[in-house]
Design a protein around this ligand. Structure first.
Ligand code: LMR
Length: 397
């Protein structure tokens, strides 16, 4: 029976990362997967994570299942991190949540709950969006419409086009928004633009579904959540998928959360029960380790301060790299790369063709996606000159 199944192509992101790992060129530059890498090219373990982990290992008394909604300290800490400690919705009990296996699990549980409410609901996704959004939400049965978002010619959000397209979104539809650090383009909405989206959601009745996988890596933890919080202050309902992969470096621990902002506390409770039943049919219970670490960090003053300091340093370094990369690329290629400095988070498109991205791989061992999306956090003092020279050479060819 199973022999009829063909081998599928490699994942466009993970497959390229594997190709980069296999490349023996000592000068290779891997800008593929969105993981934070330090100056030595390693994805570091946060000091606060090490400390929390040590305490956890010493104190752990059981490996019994986690409760279906996950660790209470993690849920409380993440609700506050995402919505803000002063959130009126939180104070009113209008937010519930469920711990999930990573941000992907969070998106999937959000999709399951949406599909339970409106089977086959239309989800409006930005063009472009993270490619995995489509199979993650689509395999539940949700349908997709694109809204225009990124204007490649001038590397900015085409907000007029976005608004124009979203005028068609109506009650029963979902609009998927990137909370900050847009993946793949790095171009984010201004607070004013978030305000316009809130007006539209109020008038048209669509449900915002916010993917905030990169909180803390654009302009800091608070500013990165400002758009989401603006919506939360005005709208009755919203779903959020958040993750500790990037901002705590817990990638392999699969630590995420789906949050439900509801009209009242009863609906919040109902939504949590829906999410728990959805989780039961997909994976039953969430993994413990990452969420116990994150919950401890979020609830312990010293660990939290330590974590925020380290995360702040990473955010600053990414923004510094953006400026430096812009200067080096402009010097080598003689064209404007100012957008790199304006964009936020780990990703930007360099504006190269797929052929040029492939030439960078084959001729220079510089790995980026065919769309020319780069992981800025993969740049460092040791590879930035080589990278800029390689891009310059490919642009001149
Ligand atoms: C990325 O976009 O590179 C990351 O979100 C990792 C992934 O799973 O694709």
């Amino acid at each position: 029976m199973l022999e009829s199944l063909p081998r599928l192509p490699d994942d466009p992101i993970l497959g390229l990362a594997a190709a980069a790992r296999a490349d023996g060129n000592p000068d290779k530059v891997d800008l593929t997967v969105g993981i934070y890498m330090d100056e030595s090219g390693l994805c570091p373990v946060f000091d606060a994570v090490r400390q929390a982990q040590r305490a956890l290992v010493d104190e752990e008394a059981t490996k019994a299942y986690m409760p279906p909604v996950g660790d209470p300290a993690f849920n409380t800490g993440m609700r506050q991190l995402v919505f803000g400690t002063d959130s009126a919705a939180l104070a009113a009990g209008r937010v519930s949540s469920i711990q999930t296996p990573g941000g992907c699990g969070a998106l999937r549980i959000g999709a399951e709950v949406i599909n339970a409410a409106v089977p086959g609901a239309r989800v409006w996704v930005s063009d472009p969006t993270w490619p995995v959004h489509i199979p993650l939400l689509g395999s539940v049965g949700l349908q997709f419409e694109n809204y225009r978002y990124y204007e490649a010619a001038d590397h900015s959000v085409d907000f007029d086009a976005m608004v124009d397209d979203l005028k068609q979104a109506r009650r029963g539809d979902v609009v998927l928004l990137h909370g900050c650090c847009h993946n793949p383009c790095g171009a984010d909405l201004s607070l004013e633009q978030w305000g316009v989206i809130a007006d539209m959601a109020e008038e048209q009745g669509f449900l915002p579904f916010i993917d905030i996988a990169y909180q803390g890596l654009g302009d800091g933890l608070e500013r990165d959540a400002a758009g989401l919080r603006l919506l939360a202050a005005r709208l009755p309902e919203m779903i959020v998928a958040a993750s500790c992969s990037k901002n705590m470096g817990l990638y392999r621990e699969r630590t995420g959360i789906t949050l439900f902002l509801c009209a009242d506390a009863n609906s919040a409770d109902a939504l949590q029960s829906q999410a728990a039943v959805a989780a039961r049919r997909v994976y039953s219970m969430p993994p413990a380790h990452g969420a116990l670490i994150a919950g401890r960090i979020l609830s312990d003053g010293g660990l939290r301060e330590n974590w925020e300091r380290e995360l702040g340093g990473m955010c600053q370094r990414i923004n510094g790299l953006r400026g430096e990369l812009r200067r080096k690329l402009e010097a080598e290629a003689g064209r404007d790369f100012g957008f790199i400095e304006r964009e936020k988070g780990m990703f930007s498109f360099l504006g190269l063709s797929a052929g040029q991205a492939r030439a960078l791989r084959s001729e220079h061992s510089v790995y980026m996606l065919d769309s020319s999306r780069i992981n800025v956090a993969g740049v460092n003092a040791g590879n930035i000159d080589y990278l800029a020279r390689a891009v310059g050479a490919v642009l001149r060819a």
